[in-house]
Design a protein around this ligand. Structure first.
Ligand code: BTN
Length: 329
């Protein structure tokens, strides 16, 4: 095992306790100056390690780096994140990186994850606030044997898996906002951006990008974001381990993806309908340049919103921004 890994293991075993450099040096048979260098490297990777000339080193409970090694350790999936995790300390957008990798043949289940995005992208040309340290920004490459018109199902499924992950880990009272935002107390906690490459009537690859505000406090964000966004920390008052959350999500994702590949989409969609709680509601939908008002009759298995206007006429809406009627007052 490399010295860096040995040191990390040693510090983790003593998490929360100070360990002197003399003790580390004796246990790992490395010089004290080498320890200092390795500690520096670990800090750069995102580990929080306090140093004191008298007491030595303290591996803090706040250490939560999302490196490939950390995610892989204890990850029990066969495909998602199993073979390939690409960790980037900083990138423009994990979706952009993942699309490049996919175009060069990256395998299904490849995960591209970043500590910080400088150009995190959202739906409809929006940006995604992606400061370092507190959020989760990743993109998963999938290569399902489906036709392009079935791909919205992947986004619906992703929203369900993320919702189930958050419910099971921290009992969050959330709802899915059509088509795929996760809201808590009507503020946005997470978003999904799915991008696809197709050829004739087949899918080459799908990149599922997910942004989740975990321990984010939005101190350096715009007023607009402060008003409309929330995080797990804000909602629960507790810091969450990003690594554990990612591992749980990937495990559940694989289970749902297997169901999806076996053509068993109906239960997933039913759960989506339950979590979205939109059917029968009066809404306003803004589609580029147009506004539709009416009652939601259904969201079909392809994620199309079926709206009945006050004349009783049905409309099929493929994408847009929904506002519930009770929020319009
Ligand atoms: C939205 O709600 O509009 C979708 C937001 C998706 C953000 C994620 S963060 C990781 C991935 N990379 C990006 O550039 N966007 C997605």
């Amino acid at each position: 095992m490399a010295t860096n890994d040995q040191l990390l293991l040693y510090l983790k075993k003593n998490q929360g306790n100070w360990v002197s450099s003399e003790l580390i040096s004796n246990n790992l048979s490395v010089s004290r100056s080498a320890i200092g260098k390795h500690i520096g490297k670990l800090k750069k990777e995102g580990y929080v390690i306090e140093s004191s000339p008298k007491k030595g080193y303290l591996f803090s409970e706040a250490s939560d780096p999302i490196t490939a090694d950390e995610i892989k350790e204890g990850l029990c999936t066969k495909v998602c994140g199993k073979q390939n995790i690409i960790y980037l300390k900083e990138t423009d957008s994990t979706n952009t990186r993942a699309k490049e990798l996919a175009a060069h043949g990256a395998s299904e289940g490849t995960l591209v994850i970043a500590e910080k995005q400088t150009n995190g992208r959202g739906r409809r040309g929006r940006s995604w606030f992606s400061p370092p340290g507190d959020g989760i920004y990743f993109s998963l490459i999938l290569r399902p044997a489906i036709s392009p018109n079935e791909t919205p199902r992947i986004t619906l499924m992703t929203a369900v898996v993320l919702a189930e992950t958050l419910i099971s880990l921290m009992k969050l009272k959330l709802r899915i906002k059509w088509p795929n935002d996760i809201l808590v107390n009507e503020k946005k906690l997470a978003g999904i951006l799915t991008e696809i490459s197709t050829e004739m009537d087949a899918v080459n690859y799908i990149v599922v990008g997910l942004g989740l505000n975990v321990n984010t406090l939005f101190e350096n964000s715009s007023q607009e974001i402060k008003k409309s966004a929330t995080s797990i920390l804000i909602e629960t008052g507790n810091r969450t381990s990003r690594v554990k959350l990612i591992q749980k999500f990937l495990k559940l994702y694989e289970q749902y993806y297997d169901m999806f590949k076996k053509n068993n989409f109906e239960p997933i969609m039913n759960r989506w309908r339950q979590l979205a709680d939109i059917i029968g509601k009066q809404i306003k939908v803004d589609v580029v340049g147009e506004t539709h008002i009416g009652e939601v009759v259904d969201v079909d298995n392809d994620g199309v919103l079926i709206l009945k206007d006050d004349q009783g006429k049905l409309q099929r809406i493929f994408s847009g921004d929904v506002t519930l009627a009770r929020q319009l007052k």
